[in-house]
Design a protein around this ligand. Structure first.
Ligand code: GUN
Length: 308
């Protein structure tokens, strides 16, 4: 951990620690690669992740390319299956059924969002839960919610890894989750309230209909910001010594960059950081951990599948 500055409040020193997701993810990927090397030395085949990508959305293209790259770093086999924007739901489900039955594939994902003419929930339900390494299938969501082994959604799982590896104390703490998406907010709240370590938090979930978000945040020991509003969490919403996890990744205009944009989180990092005990940056915080969790889930699907 890297303490970078100190904050003095109520006669208490806080050593602010920047949570380095990029470094942690690189360490975990090395651990996975070592495990895969042991497996192949034992004559087993390497884990195999397949990804279905529909259309040519810039964000999705980048995410999937990063997932394929991470597979390479971990020694996994990967397959990328592409469809054009106008693919039918039927055709996608046919492909999912083929992957469900393909014994050489341990896990697969369908990159979201999908075009509007396709019902996302129909697609997710078509995936065999034992290969659903995104943890989006209702069976995996239900298993996580009652504490049974299964696949857990990658972003919240990555955040739990960061809390664990940085020794953030969570037991008895008040955690506030901003956002209620199926992919991040809801599973995050579920994991933080679980009787586990990390976990054992008292959890409040805030969303677009919550009137007093600032007041609730001021009471938080841990804030997980996942609402997709750049700079939403400001310094006047943060209790000194809090832990701040920033899940936001909005592209904002930046003329000083060659691309014309940069990623901005849901937290006003510049002003919030000095008040925190722990904080994640954007980029380089939660983002790299999300892909890492997908690798952990894929290794588990291959080596130690909770359904087999
Ligand atoms: N779109 C945004 N996040 C995710 C993710 O974790 N998995 C998939 N499949 N699509 C996403």
């Amino acid at each position: 951990t890297t303490p970078i500055l100190k904050y003095f409040s109520n006669k208490k020193f806080f050593r602010m620690t920047l949570i380095d997701g990029k470094k942690t993810a690189a360490e975990i990927k090395q651990e996975i690669a070592a495990e895969v090397a042991r497996m192949t030395a034992d004559g087993k085949r390497a884990p195999h992740l397949a990804a279905i990508l529909v259309g040519h959305d810039g964000g999705s293209e980048t995410y999937v390319a990063n997932k394929v790259k991470a597979c390479g770093e971990c020694g996994f086999t990967s397959s990328l299956i592409r469809f054009e924007e106008d693919v039918t739901e039927e055709r996608l489900i046919e492909e999912i059924t083929r992957l469900n039955d393909d014994q050489s594939v341990d896990g697969f994902i369908v990159q979201l969002p999908l075009p509007r003419h396709i019902d996302e929930q129909n697609i997710i339900r078509a995936i065999d839960p034992s290969k659903d390494v995104d943890g989006f299938h209702p069976i995996n969501v239900g298993r996580m919610s009652i504490g049974l082994p299964g696949f857990v959604s990658a972003t919240p799982a990555g955040i739990m890894q960061l809390l664990k590896r940085y020794g953030v104390e969570t037991k008895g703490k008040h955690a506030v989750v901003l956002g209620r998406s199926n992919i991040v907010g809801k599973p995050m709240a579920t994991l933080l309230m679980q009787k586990s370590n990390p976990g054992n938090c008292t959890v409040t979930v805030c969303h677009s209909a919550t009137p007093n978000i600032k007041e609730i945040c001021l009471n938080a020991d841990i804030i997980v910001a996942a609402l997709g509003q750049p700079g939403f969490v400001t310094a006047d919403m943060v209790k000194p010594g809090a832990t701040i996890i920033d899940v936001g990744t909005t592209r904002v205009e930046d003329a000083s960059r060659k691309s014309g944009w940069r990623l901005r989180g849901d937290v006003d990092f510049e002003n919030v950081a000095e008040k925190c005990e722990f904080i994640t940056p954007v980029p380089g915080g939660v983002g790299p951990m999300t892909i890492c969790s997908l690798m952990i889930n894929t290794l588990q699907a291959c080596k130690d599948n909770p359904y087999k």
